[in-house]
Write a protein that binds this ligand. Structure first.
Ligand code: FA5
Length: 340
């Protein structure tokens, strides 16, 4: 029987060498290792041997079984690799195809506009100063010369958080904060940030939007400095041939107060739909810092003077890039955002 076992080992090993497909391999497995395979049958017949020969045969048969099973596993692996290679050659899986690219993100149009504004004012010597979005009634109104019940408070529809805490309606409270921090230094800062108003949302008005406040405090600062600064801003932002006009206006924290307009960038002052046929577009509100406000910031109005202005951010961007609806800014529609 040992001889039979040796013969079987030689024969099955030789047969395995010639196997070249999965089907043939399965057939080989059935023939030698399967339930009724040659090796299995030989193992079963061990009982016919005289008792003392059984251990020697048993050991030999087990060795052959382990060897054939290992050879079988190796063949399975080899055939799988071969089949994969053949499939690759046939081109079923083209591993050279580029992956799906991820588009790199980019800065939001508001951030881009803010950075343009920072760059323009930086060249005129203005630093950026940030102040909080959540403010007190005192900062947002009282210290800006609007005591409780002052009718001018109605100019800003307010989101109140409690009786004396609110979401700032404008960046102007930053004026008080920066003055109190910098006194007795002269000041030249811009204060950018988000503002919140309890307002109807329309194509021109959001309830959250950005402003950039400007504040200069020093000795002998005059209205002409303010006009020059706003003119320079308009020319750098919209184009060097812009003209500015000044109208008188009212803000409780500036005296005198003005509105600055520029000639319409669409019709060059002729009159069109964008400027509502007036020839002029709003740039922002401004004025000379009110003596009460200077005092509240710690600066003696007898010695110091200053100017302040408040610019929108989305509205200037709408004009510059010809955007007809402010709601597009924060609608998160990539088809809009990717255009800038
Ligand atoms: C003010 O808020 C004053 N604090 C500006 C100021 C500062 C005057 C310093 C004098 C000295 P006003 O409410 O006009 O002013 O707002 C200023 C700008 O914010 C507007 O010109 C506009 O561009 C923008 N703005 C105001 N409300 C909205 C809104 N609902 N949606 C989008 N932009 C707005």
């Amino acid at each position: 029987m040992l001889e039979q076992l040796n013969k079987l080992e030689k024969e099955s090993t030789a047969a395995l060498e010639t196997v070249s497909s999965s089907a043939a391999l399965a057939e080989w497995n059935k023939r030698y290792l399967g339930k009724n395979g040659a090796l299995t049958q030989l193992l079963r017949s061990v009982g016919q041997l005289p008792k003392k020969e059984r251990p020697v045969f048993g050991q030999a048969a087990n060795r052959v079984k382990v060897a054939l099973e290992a050879a079988y596993e190796a063949k399975v692996e080899m055939l799988q690799r071969k089949e994969m290679e053949q499939e690759l050659e046939r081109g079923a899986l083209d591993v050279t195809l580029p992956g799906r690219p991820r588009r790199p993100g980019h800065l939001h149009i508001t951030t881009q506009t803010l950075r343009q504004i920072y760059a323009i004012f930086a060249e005129m010597g203005f630093q950026v100063y940030e102040s909080p979005d959540v403010e007190t009634d005192e900062m947002n109104f009282e210290l800006l010369n609007m005591p409780p019940h002052h009718p001018a408070r109605d100019m800003w529809a307010t989101f109140w958080i409690s009786d004396d805490v609110l979401l700032r309606t404008h960046t102007s409270p930053g004026q008080i904060r920066v003055m109190r921090e910098r006194y007795p230094e002269p000041i030249r800062v811009i204060l950018p940030g988000k503002c919140y108003r309890y307002e109807q949302i329309t194509a021109r008005a959001e309830h959250q939007f950005y402003q950039v406040e400007g504040l200069a405090v020093g000795h002998g600062i005059r209205m002409t400095d303010l006009i020059g600064t706003l003119t320079e801003f308009a020319r750098r932002f919209y184009g060097m041939d812009r003209h500015i006009r000044i109208r008188s206006s009212y803000f409780p924290f500036t005296e005198p107060s003005i509105e600055a307009d520029m000639d319409c960038i669409i019709c060059q002052g002729e009159g069109c739909r964008v400027c509502k046929h007036s020839g002029w577009l709003e740039v922002g509100g401004a004025g000379m810092v009110h003596p009460v406000v200077l005092q509240n910031g710690g600066y003696d109005p007898e010695e110091w003077s200053g100017f302040a202005f408040g610019l929108g951010v989305e509205r200037p961007a709408m004009l510059k890039y010809d955007i007809n609806d402010i709601r597009l800014f924060y609608g998160n529609d990539l088809r809009f955002l990717r255009q800038f």
